[in-house]
Ligand binder design. Structure first.
Ligand SMILES: [Zn+2]
Length: 272
């Protein structure tokens, strides 16, 4: 389940190794992986194009082409975008393979085949951008913006934080971690959160994301960086998937509950 830190880690690696390369060939091995174009249109629009930019917006990995088109890859639950040598065998989960002019291949795949690459023009890029909320590591994400997101909302705080139209890039792992750090119970109504808690939550969101990027993301099962390596952040998690283990702050056993259908990890003593 790649979230902001995992996608950011992939984007940073791709910036180093594929930026400026030309895509010489595209093979769409699983047609449903491509959105916004037929596999043939996709191949026509991408082949021969230079990669002029690599970035991230929310949980989307963005690859800009010299012709003004943009690829927005969403890794969903178990997607991967990996730079491989052409002689390495293509696994059965590969969905789209891009051959590059330096002989490397960029392979997009997903064990569950849920991963998608949208082929975007300028208008669709704008639509994607406006559909997503603030970038939590940007200067735009201030305590005041956090307060504005929470104001008057009866929604529970966890589902609100997972909603990409408010804050882009958070998923189950980092919401649980940030709420723990801030000492806030995930079932609280957003509007019940005090100004002091709002400031703590704002800081906690930025801390858990930045720490995970520094650790190159969290690998639970499937996530891999673009060089195929695992992320190192799992050991740094404080409550997520630590059910029954002692809370690092007070020693109480971490509990798992269901909230909005999502497994949620809390310290019942530290989070009120
Ligand atoms: Zn505790």
């Amino acid at each position: 389940m790649p979230e902001l830190p995992e996608v950011e880690t992939v984007a940073r690696h791709l910036q180093k190794v594929v930026l400026g390369r030309t895509i010489t060939q595209v093979r769409v091995l699983y047609g449903k992986a491509v959105e916004g174009a037929t596999p043939e249109e996709f191949a026509r629009g991408v082949q021969g194009q230079k990669i002029s930019g690599v970035g991230r917006r929310g949980k989307y990995l963005l690859i800009d082409l010299a012709n003004g088109r943009r690829l927005a890859a969403h890794l969903r639950l178990s997607g991967r975008m990996i730079v491989s040598a052409p002689w390495e065998p293509i696994d059965k989960y590969a969905q789209v393979v891009f051959s590059l002019d330096d002989g490397q291949e960029l392979r997009f795949g997903d064990v569950r085949k849920f991963g998608r690459i949208a082929f975007l023009g300028e208008r669709e890029c704008g639509a994607l951008h406006s559909r997503l909320g603030v970038e939590p590591l940007s200067d735009d994400f201030t305590v005041e913006v956090m307060a504005e997101i929470l104001r008057d909302r009866k929604t529970r705080i966890k589902p609100l934080l997972l909603d990409q139209k408010f804050i882009a890039g958070l998923g189950n792992i980092y919401v649980d971690e940030a709420l723990f750090l801030a000492g806030i119970h995930p079932a609280r109504e957003a509007r019940s959160i005090s100004p002091e808690e709002t400031a703590r939550l704002h800081g906690a969101i930025r801390r858990v994301l930045a720490a995970s990027i520094a650790n190159r993301g969290t690998t639970l099962v499937d996530y891999r960086n673009a060089d195929g390596s695992r992320g190192n952040n799992r050991e740094a998690l404080l409550v997520f998937r630590r059910t029954g283990q002692p809370c690092p702050r007070c020693g109480t056993a971490v509990e798992r509950l269901k909230l909005g259908g999502r497994g949620t990890h809390i310290c019942p003593k530290c989070q009120r």
